[in-house]
Ligand binder design. Structure first.
Ligand code: NDP
Ligand code: HSE
Length: 447
């Protein structure tokens, strides 16, 4: 208490913060800062005070008390305010926001942001500018919401060579897939709810289309492997095409459907991919449900570890934003050369590893097709897989069907290169005895 009185009595000046954005995350950030002001000041060594907030619509009714704080719809007024020392960007997307962040750094202000699109697409330029100016850019909240995964990899695992990581890193997708599996709900209905709960991006196609997870994977891969941010190289597949029937069949076969971000260092290059996948139910990550996120990491010294927590939402994300703010305030007076590097590795030590083409990845597959119930059809399908060097793990016909009727066939493969699978799918689809397109989904057995 004595320590806190020190901040109140004004002996140590409060650090002045400008918030850009006051929506789900911005609102949570002010709430947490106000509610936990005393503890936060004791941790940071200074009081952290929001003095100005930029919003889009000044006329909007707000539930959070902003007494004593200047509200403006001109974010550059905050960026240009010489009294403000740290800019917290919680708007999202856009060139305007990139310009505001660069201008903030130019003006000598530290930056904290939750904007993964910004960091994944412009992080290389932002960190270069910040380093030139001796400033910090905190982006903990940009990946996996409230889980302090950036700090964990960047600092806690810094002794290790990371071999691979797999993450459930989009809360909205995980919420939708969990509700479809556990409550038999419809995709659109659950997406609407995720938007109401503040989990989804302003444009929810970024969530369900996999782009948001790709932004996060880009950031995680960079700090895990010491490579520059390479968003344009990520293979991206969303969950829009996932059907309830495949979630149900997967369940019968002992798997859960998840949307994953996967990165692995191989002899031929780096895997960078986000897509839906089936995971065996007994794997810990398969039980991560709802808006929760988890990142499973294989590293040479520590072995396998998994980090779990809320992946989206107002206060969980604010928890990470405020932690970054505290770090920035603590580091105000430290030598910029001796701070933790933004991307975990020293900027001149980043190595641009080649990214593996998706056709070269190796995994196993679940396939569902409609085939004619006739002797020899399954044998013909099996032989195409064999010709393409794919071993079949199991083949299952759903129901009995009358002769010459269409029946559903489910096929599980062993590990194979994706380009082999694609060739086999094309040939099987061309058989007269197979109707329509084959549904295929990757299966990640996770060692
Ligand atoms: P919201 O849509 O809830 O909030 C956006 C805020 O930005 C609003 O206050 C809006 O103003 C304001 N804004 C929009 N345009 C402007 C502008 N031109 N000038 C000033 N203010 C503007 O978004 P979120 O809080 O959900 O997300 C913010 C960021 O955090 C995004 O980058 C997102 O990806 C990231 N993020 C979000 C998480 C979540 O769970 N929601 C989790 C982790 C990261 P107004 O209030 O007037 O409309
Ligand atoms: N839309 C994002 C998600 C917010 O659902 O995961 C958290 O980054």
């Amino acid at each position: 208490m004595l320590q806190f009185n020190k901040f109140e009595s004004g002996k140590v000046k409060a650090v002045k913060i400008g918030l850009l954005g006051f929506g789900t995350v911005g609102g949570g950030t002010l709430t947490v800062l106000q509610r936990n002001m005393e503890e936060i000041s004791r941790r940071a060594g200074r009081e952290i005070k929001v003095v100005a907030i930029a919003v889009n619509d000044l006329g909007k009714k707000r539930d959070i008390d902003t007494g004593g704080i200047e509200l403006t719809d001109r974010m550059l007024d905050i960026v240009n305010n010489p009294d403000i020392q740290v800019i917290v960007e919680l708007i999202g997307g856009g060139d305007d926001v990139f310009n505001a962040v660069m201008q903030s750094l130019e003006k000598g202000k530290h930056v904290v942001t939750a904007n993964k699109a910004l960091i994944a697409s412009h992080g290389n330029a932002i960190f270069r500018k910040a380093s030139e100016k001796g400033l910090m850019v905190g982006f903990e909240s940009a990946v996996a919401g409230g889980i302090p995964i950036i700090k964990l990899i960047r600092e806690g695992l810094s002794a290790n060579q990371i071999e691979w990581f797999v993450g459930i890193i989009n809360g909205t997708c995980n919420y939708i897939l969990s509700q479809m599996a556990d409550r038999q709900r419809e995709f659109d209905d659950v997406l609407e709810e995720a938007q109401e709960l503040g989990y989804a991006e302003a444009d929810p196609s970024f969530d369900v289309g996999g782009v948001d997870a790709a932004h996060k994977l880009t950031i995680l891969a960079s700090i895990a492997f010491g490579v520059p941010l390479r968003f344009e190289s990520v293979y991206i597949q969303g969950i829009e095409h996932i059907q309830k029937i495949d979630i149900e069949y997967a369940d019968e076969l002992g798997f859960r459907m998840k949307h994953l971000g996967i990165s692995r260092r191989t002899g031929d290059g780096l895997e960078l991919r986000v897509h839906p996948a089936l995971i065996p139910k007994q794997n810990l990550i398969a039980s991560v449900s709802g808006v929760m996120n988890a990142v499973l990491i294989q590293a040479d010294a520590v072995g396998q570890s998994m980090f779990y927590g809320p992946g989206a939402g107002s206060e969980p994300t604010a928890s990470a934003v405020v932690a970054d703010l505290i770090d920035v305030v603590r580091a105000f007076t430290t030598d910029p050369q001796n701070r933790v590097p933004h991307l975990a590795f020293q900027a001149d030590s980043l190595i641009d590893l080649p990214v593996l083409d998706i056709g070269l990845i190796e995994t196993s597959y679940y396939l569902r097709m409609q085939a004619v119930n006739r002797p020899g059809v399954l044998a013909a399908i099996s032989s195409i897989f064999g010709e393409n060097e794919i071993s079949i793990d199991s083949i299952l016909q759903k129901g009995h069907g009358q002769p010459d009727e269409l029946v559903t066939v489910i096929l599980m493969t062993q590990n194979t290169r994706e380009k082999n699978l694609m060739k086999a799918v094309e040939k099987v689809e061309a058989l007269d005895s197979v109707e329509g397109k084959i549904v295929w989904i990757r299966v990640e057995r996770l060692p």
